[in-house]
Write a protein that binds this ligand. Structure first.
Ligand SMILES: NC(=O)c1ccc[n+]([C@@H]2O[C@H](COP(=O)([O-])OP(=O)(O)OC[C@H]3O[C@@H](n4cnc5c(N)ncnc54)[C@H](O)[C@@H]3O)[C@@H](O)[C@H]2O)c1
Length: 314
């Protein structure tokens, strides 16, 4: 009897899994909003893995820069990956670039897209305005995802009427190289949406992990307090930034030191994240603001992307 019951439960649960799976969306057409550091990388990887991609940003100038960055990045990959077969490399490059188009008008392109991945400025009001607008123009089945590093996915999803088709899809920089994607499921994200995003992440050649809608998800919740402590150590004059970087590379086996990583990530992004967490939990000493970070951002020294952050790159 126990065996029969177990068999019954197994067959019911496997058929319900099969029907949930059958309803998953196979993402073929992707709209990436924001052609900066992250958006350009996401668009590149999606196009290179056989998806049709539209990359959206505010001006044609920004998009031209994004497209040039994608082309340069692809050329570096092709040079390594197709060293033995340059003709196949050229074909891969041409196919990838032909799968990628650009637009300055998100509303006019989302009607035929399966997935919108947003990678614009880390600001809740701006993201809410964008999604509220896109919600009116996107197809019924379209999934919305935010690449936010620090904002609550639920509070972005609430600007739309499709909370069940809304989740976090958190990529890492540089997107073409970093294998991880955090898939963030809010209490309202449907299983179908979640599974569609897991499949999409795998189709990109990434390794998805799952996290609840909790501040910083997995990686940043552990990484940011470490980076902040390195800045405080430098501010106190305990050690130079160069020595802190060398120490963490040679002593802890990290591939980059904290200041190299801060410049790579972007100091504005780091400050936004920590300020947001400080606002939410002002008593937490790990999130207290740091004067040197504040003044570098105020001076426009945002890291590698502006040519200077904690280090100079010009
Ligand atoms: N930098 C990182 O390492 C990293 C890693 C993971 C996630 N993120 C997240 O990804 C997002 C983007 O970060 P980034 O580093 O690529 O920023 P970025 O400043 O390099 O790029 C943002 C782009 O969005 C565009 N933009 C702003 N508002 C827009 C709008 N309304 N419509 C269309 N385009 C708009 C800007 O013109 C800019 O090109 C943020 O939410 C950030 O938290 C960043």
């Amino acid at each position: 009897m126990a065996f029969v019951t177990r068999q019954f439960v197994r067959s019911v649960s496997s058929s319900s899994t099969a029907s949930a799976t059958a309803k998953k969306i196979m993402v073929k057409h992707v709209t990436v909003i924001g052609g900066g550091l992250m958006g350009a990388g996401i668009a590149q990887v999606a196009a290179a893995t056989g998806h049709t991609v539209v990359l959206v940003d505010q001006t044609e100038d920004i998009l031209a820069k994004s497209k040039k960055g994608i082309e340069d990045s692809l050329r570096r990959i092709v040079k390594k990956k197709f060293a033995e077969n340059p003709k196949a490399g050229e074909e891969f490059m041409a196919k990838t670039m032909s799968s990628l188009s650009t637009s300055t008008d998100a509303a006019s392109v989302v009607h035929s897209t399966d997935l919108v991945v947003e990678a614009i400025v880390e600001n809740l009001k701006v993201k809410n305005e964008l999604f509220q607008r896109l919600d009116k123009f996107a197809a019924e089945h379209t999934i919305f995802a935010s690449n936010t590093s620090s904002l609550q996915i639920t509070s972005i999803a609430n600007s739309t009427t499709r909370q069940d088709r809304f989740a976090g899809l958190h990529f890492f920089n540089p997107v073409p190289l970093m294998k991880l994607v955090e898939v963030i499921k809010t209490p309202m994200t449907s299983q179908k949406t979640y599974e569609s995003l897991i499949d999409f992440s795998k189709a990109l050649g990434k390794h998805p992990v799952t996290c609840k809608d909790t501040p910083g998800f997995i990686v940043n919740r552990l990484l940011l307090p470490y980076l902040a402590e390195a800045i405080r150590m430098h501010e106190r004059g305990d050690a130079s930034k160069e020595d802190i970087d060398i120490a963490m590379k040679l002593g802890a086996g990290y591939p980059m030191g904290p200041f190299e990583l801060l410049d790579y990530v972007g100091l504005d992004t780091t400050k936004f994240i920590l300020d947001g967490w400080h606002e939410m939990d002002s008593k937490n000493l790990l999130f207290l603001p740091m004067p040197s970070l504040k003044s570098l951002v105020a001076e426009g020294k945002l890291g590698k992307k502006t040519g200077e952050g904690f280090y100079k790159y010009k």
